[in-house]
Design a protein around this ligand. Structure first.
Ligand code: G4P
Length: 534
């Protein structure tokens, strides 16, 4: 098969959701249908039975959560699906955000009972920032949930993205009868089936067909007709260009637990979700995926599970060309040549050595410390992809070093962990280098850092919690003295010497941003490494 055909078959995507919306359940059903796993429960089992090869892994196991992000590969209807898995726990990390840089599409999973929740909002905003197209799946329709129209208005009001329902539910909760597919004018009849991969009956009938009325009964028929009329009249009609630009989200209703709507959703998804597309480089050039020159970027680095070895795995998204085991590529940042000899591909339950991979695929490269997050690798013409942004942390601690003689090791450890993206390190404006402050998107990152400082650098630290919840990098002439006088703020410098202000509450942050709105100061939520702000 030619390079273009291979690439055209790839769909690389992530599921974004608030914990408990059903991401694990949906992932499991996707893998089950794709034949990548054979029994329901495998994903959950995988999460809880990972081998504990270090304390860090033991910690992951103990808490029953997945600290690390992985990739799952499966096939569906001739397409090669790469599902980027993100931690499902409340205590998620910057990795969750970074993973979205490697995705071409996101499935936004919403619990029909709870609607749009805080983590949905955060992840949605990252997708929006990157212009990632979003397909919405409203889950748990077998439960008494909120009114579907109300859910759609909530998505539009809270997230600010117009929606276009591809399917519409008939009844809900105990009375859930199925969904009407507006695009194919057919009814998908609901049958409860937990676990296995049963197929859902599809009744081909348009709204004027008496068979449809018989099938769902007079009451539901009336409700459905009214709802569809309303949607046809007032709703946004589906526009693929808008969807691809991240400006309109098609919506599907279903119930992952009972398998309902998952299979038709997958069918629709492979048509909707784009194959790897052209990418802009930092210099404004365009790289097409199906070119002979290989290129891509590192979006995540995972330290080795085995503390005796310092090597790590760099998760690499291929953006163009073909990867072959043993090939040589250049690291753009350093100009060094790297032989890609030991590389992994991730299957649902295992990792295997990869011989060949294509644009859209994710490979794990063994790295002895040469690679940084955001690094571009290429063959042929030099390419630089836009780095992976650092997102503003929401949790802060001050590091307390138990043995002051270990200050040098602490600095080395924090420099390396920060480089790896495990945590962000800040220093007071005056007391540079002493008592660093750590910032993280999720609190669990602190435990990981504490653990790794101990195991890998032999440095014992404790943390003092700091009462800040938000942070913004500053571009422009900020009056640092004036800001520092205000209660609930703290001005710091990051490891690249950029000014950042911490705020004790969102209210305080918004007030200050408002005070500065006419003063040529910009408050920034995400910055590119190696760049000045702005
Ligand atoms: P997460 O990964 O997004 O955190 O969610 P997960 O899939 O673990 O699902 C959270 C809970 O919601 C689970 O119940 C799961 O069974 C349930 N769930 C997922 N999809 C549906 C659905 O379509 N309908 C209904 N009714 N429930 C759904 P649990 O009791 O917390 O866990 P478990 O004991 O079932 O594993």
């Amino acid at each position: 098969m030619g390079l273009s055909e291979e690439i055209y078959k790839r769909r690389t995507f992530a599921i974004i959701s608030h914990p408990d919306a059903g991401k694990t359940t949906l992932t499991e059903k996707l893998l089950l249908y794709g034949g990548a796993i054979h029994t329901a429960g495998s994903v959950k089992a995988r999460r809880s039975s990972k081998m504990a090869t270090s304390d860090w892994m033991a910690m992951e196991q103990e808490r029953g959560i997945s600290i690390s992000t992985s990739v799952m590969h499966f096939e569906w209807a001739g397409c090669e699906m790469n599902l980027l898995d993100t931690p499902g726990h409340n205590d998620f990390s910057e990795d969750t955000y970074r993973t979205l840089a490697a995705a071409d599409t996101a499935i936004m999973l919403i619990d029909a009972v709870k609607g749009v929740e805080p983590q949905t909002i955060k992840l949605f905003q990252v997708c929006r920032m990157r212009g990632i197209p979003i397909v919405t799946f409203i889950n748990k329709m077998d439960r008494e949930g909120r009114d579907p129209l109300e859910l759609l208005s909530e998505i539009e009001d809270v997230l600010g993205i117009p929606t276009s329902p591809a399917t519409w539910p008939v009844g809900q909760g105990k009375a859930f009868t199925g969904v009407y597919d507006r695009w194919h004018q057919s009814l998908l009849k609901f049958e409860r089936a937990e676990g296995g991969s049963n197929r859902v009956p599809i009744i081909e009938s348009s709204l004027d067909d008496p068979a449809l009325k018989n099938e769902i009964g007079d009451r539901f028929y009336g409700d459905l007709r009214d709802a569809l009329e309303l949607l046809d009249g007032a709703g946004d009609s589906f526009d693929k260009e808008k969807f691809l630009a991240g400006k309109l989200s098609p919506v599907f209703f279903g119930s992952a637990l009972t398998n309902f709507g998952v299979e038709p959703f997958l069918d629709a998804f492979i048509d909707l979700a784009p194959a790897p597309r052209e990418r802009m480089t930092a210099d404004g050039d365009v790289v097409v995926p199906d070119t002979e020159d290989f290129s891509g970027f590192v979006f995540k680095i995972q330290a080795n599970m085995d503390p005796r070895h310092r090597d790590r795995i760099a998760f690499f998204r291929i953006c163009s060309g073909r990867f072959e085991r043993g090939m040589q590529a250049t690291i753009q940042r350093t100009g060094a040549k790297l032989t890609l000899a030991k590389s992994l591909m991730f299957m649902a339950q295992e990792r295997s050595n990869v011989e060949e991979a294509f644009a859209g695929d994710i490979v794990g490269l063994w790295d002895s410390g040469q690679l940084h997050i955001g690094d571009t690798l290429f063959t042929g013409k030099s390419v630089t992809y836009e780095g992976i942004p650092r997102f503003s942390p929401e949790n802060f601690v001050r590091v307390v070093l138990r043995d002051p003689l270990k200050r040098k090791q602490l600095k080395k450890g924090l420099d390396e962990l920060s480089e790896e993206g495990a945590v962000q390190v800040f220093y007071d404006l005056e007391r540079m280098e002493r008592d660093p402050i750590l910032g993280a998107v999720g609190r669990l990152q602190f435990d990981v850092v504490q653990n790794r400082l101990e195991n890998e650098y032999n440095v014992h630290v404790t943390f003092d919690n700091l009462p800040y919840q938000h942070a913004r990098w500053i571009d422009g002439e900020l009056d640092v003295k004036e800001i520092s006088r205000r209660s609930g703020t703290l001005c710091l410098r990051d490891i690249e010497d950029r000014l950042i202000v911490l705020f004790s509450s969102e209210w305080m942050m918004n007030r200050i941003i408002d005070d500065y709105k006419d003063k040529n100061v910009t408050f920034i939520a995400a910055v590119q490494p190696g760049r000045k702000v702005g």
